[in-house]
Design a protein around this ligand. Sequence first.
Ligand SMILES: Cc1cc2nc3c(=O)[nH]c(=O)nc-3n(C[C@H](O)[C@H](O)[C@H](O)COP(=O)(O)OP(=O)(O)OC[C@H]3O[C@@H](n4cnc5c(N)ncnc54)[C@H](O)[C@@H]3O)c2cc1C
Length: 303
Amino acid sequence: MKPPPFVYHRPTTLEETLDVLAETGSDGKVLAGGQSLVPLMSMRLAAPEHLIDINHVRSLGGVRSDNMGVWVGAAARHVDVERDEAAFAAVPLLRQALVHVAHPTIRNRGTTVGSLAHADPSGEMTAVLALLGGTVTLRRQGGQRTVGADDFFLGPLESAVEPGELAVEAFFPAPSARTGSAWVEVSRRHGDYAVCGVGALVTLDDDRHIVAARVGLISVGPTPVVLDVSGPLAGTHVPRAARELHDQPVDNAFAAAGRLVGAAVDPEPDIHATAEYRRHLAEALAVRAVRAAAGHAVEGQRE
Ligand SMILES: Cc1cc2nc3c(=O)[nH]c(=O)nc-3n(C[C@H](O)[C@H](O)[C@H](O)COP(=O)(O)OP(=O)(O)OC[C@H]3O[C@@H](n4cnc5c(N)ncnc54)[C@H](O)[C@@H]3O)c2cc1C
């Protein structure tokens, strides 16, 4: 099917973009990578009267990093973030998760900020932003606000972006020192949206005892789910060698963290999986994610 008719706008400056967004209000939609919006329009599930293409607004591109974290502009593609070495150094979780987003061709067009604005609870970047405690900056004609991840994702495909607003930038804070991260997921075919995905952040002290651990999950609720799993893991000594990460005491702690996650999530069944299977995946993948993040934290300490 073809999309219904629409008026195409191609602003080249941020001011012009905000003007068109103000004029078109709820009849207008931002077109970023088009990887979600265009299929929705072609299936006639979305029918905006005006499309405001932000791909020619130079100031919206770019990825900046320092030891505070990574700032991603609205027109930056997933691939720009994935391949940015400074971004990987500051926030490794970005690349760890991005390689699971769709296929390279989609990552070449799709934008990271667009993925956040789209607020698909199966989108990896939603949980990455939530797990890291990041923010999204929204601009409208004559105003700006910065929204924390907790308040940004309101429901499936519903973010805090209001008519007339443009998400101009997302900020992903760098995790604290001695923190390792990991992303694991299961999808039916490579490149499909995950049936369940889990990111983890594990922080160690100087003697490799776990002092904090959190996980972020996708595809188990209407918005990304973040859980603190420090309880069962606190004080656990993480061995230096990766093979010893499967030793009994560490494994017991990882398994307990997984059970906590399995008990806390409340997934819905759908055509892809039963609720029970998703809960099982959440538990099993949480174990894998915290184990991998603990290993990653140890690697960081060796450098
Ligand atoms: C086959 C396929 C598989 C995919 N698999 C995955 C996957 O596994 N994981 C995943 O995360 N994603 C997946 N995607 C989606 C992909 O990551 C998209 O790129 C992303 O969801 C949306 O980004 P976009 O730039 O394409 O946004 P668009 O499609 O252009 O826009 C999406 C929505 O966000 C709004 N929007 C976009 N940018 C802004 C902004 N700056 N300010 C305000 N509103 C904005 C638009 O108006 C629209 O409502 C897949 C897509 C396809 C086609």
